[in-house]
Design a protein around this ligand. Structure first.
Ligand code: ADP
Length: 258
């Protein structure tokens, strides 16, 4: 527990730092973009136009990174609502079918009568898409199979992942890609840890996913081994039956007190 407290404080400090950095960098990027626009407008030289365009594109990419950083820093602004899992995962599958490319098959397995979960839906979608992008990167150009899976689970007592007793929905994103070696797996959820080439990864995907799960009253688990692919499990609390009230997160989810 002491270790997870220290980890929590570290995440909070990092979140604040990330937020400040993202904000400052964003201001710089706005100035760069403004300058590039001005060059385009004032100059007739096609070569200069091309350069201005490259500057804009680079600044836009930087902007995407700072947006992710800000999202990471603002984890406390989550709004939990009951989320119907089939609709959620069908929607995610739809997006993935269009964006992952033909070499990757997306399969979805859902048991009947799955209860709703309680979480911030847009953030959860972002987390799932980030996990799918990681899966795609791990499967490389040969492609493979990305599996989305959900189940209702009762956790009978508090466990090592820091989860409390309660009713949960387990969401899994699994791939049959390269998998992670032990060191990568150990560090995978560390903010800014990435094994990807410069510009390809921010190292925030799994850190955000874990932060999101914990803030939602759940947990994140990763199983992975070289050659065996990767399975990322999100444990999220079930929504209390027959309610559709939206409320900010922070208080203990009702589902965990049953
Ligand atoms: P990023 O994707 O930007 O590197 P993440 O926090 O999402 O940041 O992931 C951290 C690292 O964990 C990745 O660089 C990669 O080495 C490893 N990783 C994440 N997801 C997978 C996966 N599905 N298969 C193999 N390795 C993965």
């Amino acid at each position: 527990a002491l270790e997870s407290l220290a980890q929590g404080q570290r995440m909070e400090a990092l979140g604040r730092l990330a937020g400040g950095v993202a904000h400052d960098i964003n201001n710089v990027l706005q100035a760069v973009l403004g300058g590039a626009r001005l060059i385009s407008k004032r100059s007739q030289d096609p070569a200069l136009h091309r350069i201005a365009q490259l500057i804009s594109e680079a600044a836009e990419r930087g902007g995407a990174v700072t947006r992710r950083l800000l999202a990471f820093a603002r984890r406390d602004n989550l709004e939990a609502e009951p989320v119907q899992v089939p609709a959620l995962l069908e929607g995610v599958r739809e997006v993935l079918a269009h964006s992952l490319g033909a070499s990757i098959t997306v399969t979805l397995s859902l048991p009947p009568n799955l209860p709703a979960l309680l979480a911030d839906r847009p953030q959860l979608e972002t987390v799932l898409l980030n996990l799918a992008i990681n899966a795609r990167d791990a499967m490389g150009s040969f492609g493979g199979e990305l599996r989305l899976f959900a189940a209702a689970v009762i956790v009978p007592e508090g466990n090592a992942q820091g989860m409390r007793q309660g009713h949960y929905v387990r969401l899994e994103v699994a791939d049959n890609g390269a998998g992670m070696d032990a060191e990568t797996l150990r560090r995978a959820t560390e903010p800014f840890f990435t094994t990807k080439q410069k510009g390809q990864g921010t190292g925030l995907g799994l850190a955000m996913a874990q932060g999101f799960c914990e803030q939602s009253g759940g947990a994140l688990e990763i199983h992975s081994a070289p050659g065996d692919g990767t399975r990322v499990t999100l444990w999220l609390p079930q929504a209390p039956a027959a309610t559709s009230v939206t409320r900010p997160l922070g208080a203990r989810p009702v589902a965990q007190e049953r």
